[in-house]
Design a protein around this ligand. Structure first.
Ligand code: ATP
Length: 288
């Protein structure tokens, strides 16, 4: 989003350096994605700095999930580039992108119900190590962080929706990412659970990890984001502070009179369906 030019970063290790506020950790440049002639994204640019929370909003069908898919290796962009630190990750497989330090959730959360809570998080921890001991240490640490440590042995299928969302966050954090992409992880949460999730996001930011967040709950996203990016009909129409975005005329128009900063009613219809459907990542470079 053209209103904020990303800093040129020369950092060499995106996965371990977390204390350089102001540097762009993730940078998508002029990303275009077409599906059989339908332009889902057109020349979209976006950056996320180290230790920053960026909210990504827009009406239904604006292209938010498609942008996540292009960044995280589920889809190859038709045009444009994606960098994580100084590594170009355009066209890398989802698995390779995750190993480089970018981890994401999906719009429809599906824990592996036949596995225990701990085993679900181990799936994330095993991305870096095959050894059970170190992986279990990481998994238990993240379960403790999200407040599910006492439920480690329970079947994941027995968790409430709110607990499943925190399990998903723990699984994602167990990959030890430098940046998290969260796709409507607060959908379906009670107000208390939403506040708890926002507090976790703030703690994650404190630790130096960046977050890019798709959310329809305007009050939540405006309260937690350092900057907010707005997509409309596949195009980036604003990228600025929450206050500036909330009063931007193009943004207000995109929401057709919706009140983007008030009470969580964004004027757009939200549904919980996903257009890409699967959690499985694509493998565009065949080297996963
Ligand atoms: N795999 C796909 N094949 C064909 N078209 C797709 C595919 N994925 C997305 N699209 C189309 O791309 C456009 C953007 O969809 P996308 O899901 O990215 O929007 P969104 O902003 O995430 O919407 P929502 O808020 O409803 O989740 C839509 O027109 C959608 O139908």
């Amino acid at each position: 989003m053209s209103t904020d030019t990303p800093n040129e970063t020369t950092d060499t290790d995106a996965s371990t350096t977390t204390d350089h506020e102001g540097e762009a950790l993730l940078r998508a440049t002029d990303v275009t994605k077409t599906f059989d002639g339908l332009v889902a994204l057109r020349d979209v640019s976006l950056d996320v700095r180290r230790g920053e929370i960026v909210g990504l909003i827009g009406p239904n069908g604006a292209g938010k999930t498609t942008l996540f898919n292009c960044i995280s290796g589920v889809f190859a962009p038709t045009e444009g580039t994606v960098h994580l630190g100084d590594e170009e990750i355009t066209n890398k497989s989802a698995h390779r992108v995750a190993r480089s330090g970018l981890s994401r959730t999906f719009q429809i959360t599906r824990p592996l119900e036949e596995l225990s809570v701990l085993e679900n998080v181990l799936v994330g921890a095993h991305i870096h190590t095959r050894r059970r001991g170190p992986a279990e240490d990481i998994a238990r640490e993240q379960l403790s962080f999200v407040g599910l440590d006492e439920r480690a042995a329970e079947s994941a299928g027995d968790l409430t929706v709110g607990d499943q969302k925190r399990l998903e966050l723990a699984r994602t954090l167990a990959t030890e990412p430098s940046i998290l992409l969260l796709d409507e992880i607060m959908a379906g949460l009670t107000p208390t659970e939403t506040q708890r999730m926002l507090d976790l996001f703030r703690e994650i930011r404190e630790s130096g990890t960046s977050i890019l967040l798709i959310e329809h709950d305007m009050e939540a996203i405006m309260s937690v984001s350092d900057r907010v990016a707005v997509l409309d009909n596949g195009e980036a129409i604003a990228f600025d502070s929450p206050e500036a975005v909330a009063s931007d005329e193009r943004v207000i128009e995109a929401y057709i009179g919706g009140d983007v900063d008030a009470d969580g009613d964004d004027g757009a219809t939200s549904d919980a369906t996903t257009t890409d459907g699967e959690q499985a990542g694509g493998d565009h470079d065949g080297d996963a």
